[in-house]
Design a protein around this ligand. Structure first.
Ligand code: C5P
Length: 310
């Protein structure tokens, strides 16, 4: 038996998609996809505490992040209350490090973190807390990518993204993942709306997956397995992003660069250790493409998927 904790601080990681194939449009307007999701150690930091009176309160270090009921954190807390018939209210502070409208799953990861935190703060002992399986089952109701963030660090995701097959860590990961994010974002709905279903990549998702699992990440990339069907519609809406990808291929090598999710973050996989020339080349691109307002994050694959405690 433990005493009821009054506050908890959790780190909420970002994800990249190592491939993302769209399989078709569904009757409910969503698209069926098959994608390899991988968490990276670019994390938001969230502190949750129980509010003794009043409504939920969300504050955020980034003024561009909405803190009203449209934020997935508050939607996740509402969902948790409805499912558990709890009347607890929460104060949440979000230190935002993961850029939004990036395709990095920041908002989805935050929602998964909110489910875990609410469960933690409402259960006086472990028996009283809901199982991770229940949290996973509920999570699909608030967004497509949230379930992944209650799973392993790497997973094969299908359906609209919410059907998860957790995988063992992939062999031969990159030494560093460089994520490059322009100031401009793209809405996921707009990118899906611009998708030309007659021009999808021909490769089968299972053959892409086996390239990653057998040869490892860098070899798969070199065999053309970094495939994202959402790149053409994203580039159609934001032409400079295609040029940025070309610049990054000049740094990391063709095949080792891809847009994540529905963008606008683009990442490059690097397998060299401790060489400053990559960062110098990225600084040169950032300077040359000043008008794009590029931010650069150096990060690494994680073995865990969900939130972790300080
Ligand atoms: O699920 P989420 O809220 O992240 O999706 C945002 C929008 O992206 C949806 O409203 C839908 O238009 C589109 N989408 C889709 N197929 C998916 C995921 C998202 O069409 N698998």
């Amino acid at each position: 038996m433990t005493t009821e904790p009054s506050s908890v601080t959790l780190y909420s990681p970002a994800k990249i998609n190592l491939f993302l194939r769209i399989l078709g449009r569904r009757a409910d307007g969503y698209h069926d996809l098959a994608s390899l999701f991988q968490t990276v150690d670019l994390c938001d930091r969230l502190t949750f505490s129980i509010c003794e009176e009043g409504d939920d309160v969300l504050t955020c270090t980034d003024p561009s992040v909405p803190t009203d009921g449209s934020n997935l954190i508050l939607k996740a807390i509402d969902l948790f209350r409805a499912k558990t018939r709890s009347d607890k209210r929460f104060r949440v502070h979000l230190e935002k490090n993961i850029p939004n409208q990036a395709g990095l799953g920041g908002g989805s990861g935050n929602a998964a973190t909110a489910l875990v935190a609410a469960n933690w703060l409402c259960g006086r002992d472990e028996d009283e807390r809901r199982s991770m399986d229940e949290l996973r089952e509920w999570s699909g109701e608030i967004g497509s990518d949230i379930t992944f963030f209650l799973s392993n660090g790497v997973a094969y995701c299908t359906g609209r993204g919410e059907l998860i097959r957790p995988l063992e860590p992939l062999p031969n990961p990159p030494s560093t993942v460089y994520i490059v994010k322009p100031n401009q974002g793209l809405s996921t709905a707009l990118v899906y709306r611009s998708l030309d279903l007659s021009a999808l990549h021909p490769s089968s998702p299972s053959s892409l997956l086996s390239l990653f699992q057998s040869g490892g990440v860098m070899a798969a990339a070199d065999q053309g397995a970094l495939v994202n069907d959402l790149e053409p519609p994203a580039f159609a809406n934001y032409g400079e992003l295609r040029e940025l990808k070309g610049d990054l291929e000049g740094v990391f090598g063709a095949g080792r660069v891809m847009m994540s999710g529905s963008g606008t973050a683009v990442f490059g996989l690097d397998d060299r250790d401790g060489e400053g020339d990559r960062e110098a080349a990225l600084r040169e691109i950032k300077e040359r493409r000043r008008e794009m307002g590029l931010r650069i994050f150096a990060c690494h694959f994680l073995d865990r998927g969900g939130p972790s405690q300080e």
